[in-house]
Design a protein around this ligand. Structure first.
Ligand code: ADP
Ligand code: MG
Length: 177
């Protein structure tokens, strides 16, 4: 479903996909704890429904390689939050995991990115959708293909994207529950 249902207030629901990643243990828990807690918080959000989580994956760091391996997952959901309000939710999950802004693409207790928001294209100072890196990261495309094998990304079937089947540097860890 893209945006063909409506809430009681009349706002449409959008099918969205979020990417979660963590490679830092802090006082609140391990990378796996941060991801599982964030997914539970999304499930508790009254504006977010029909959550579906991928398995957890272990991935080699991307870009900045002198850091610990990451745990990644992708979540599908339906929401009537506007795109920037959904970004606010994602960023508050990062804050709740005590994310410290260290170095670009560096270690973090929690990163929550919006991959897709319906089939909308958005380009503002704070938010670019589809996520600019979506087609370049197997640790996003493999879990996305797991939960949405028929998804199209800007018209391209995910099954036609080679990185959605590229397990280089990636290992399956298990489910989130
Ligand atoms: P990264 O996710 O690339 O490691 P950050 O999590 O530090 O980097 O995010 C940097 C900025 O990217 C955020 O402040 C946010 O405003 C912006 N941003 C742009 N598009 C998106 C998106 N689709 N999802 C999440 N953040 C985004
Ligand atoms: Mg981010």
């Amino acid at each position: 479903m893209q945006n063909n249902s409506a809430t009681e207030s009349g706002s449409p629901y959008y099918q969205c996909y979020l990417a979660l990643g963590s490679n830092l243990t802090n006082e609140l828990g391990t990378p796996q704890d941060h991801i599982v807690t964030a997914i539970a918080r999304l499930a508790d959000n009254p504006n977010i429904h029909e959550i579906q989580s991928s398995s957890l994956y272990l991935s080699k760091p991307y870009g900045v390689t002198d850091q610990a391996d990451f745990i990644n997952a992708v979540v599908a959901c339906q929401t009537d939050l506007a795109p920037h309000a959904l970004l606010d939710v994602c960023q508050s999950l990062e804050t709740q995991a005590n994310r410290q802004r260290l170095r670009h693409w560096g270690e973090r207790s929690l990163d929550v990115d919006i991959l897709l928001y319906g089939d909308k294209q958005i380009e503002t100072e704070r938010l670019i959708i589809p996520h600019v890196e979506i087609g370049k990261r197997n640790f996003v495309l493999v879990p996305l293909e797991e939960i949405a094998p028929n998804l199209k990304i800007q018209g391209t079937p995910i099954s036609d994207m080679p990185l959605s089947f590229d397990w280089q540097g990636l290992a399956l860890l298990g489910t989130t529950n």
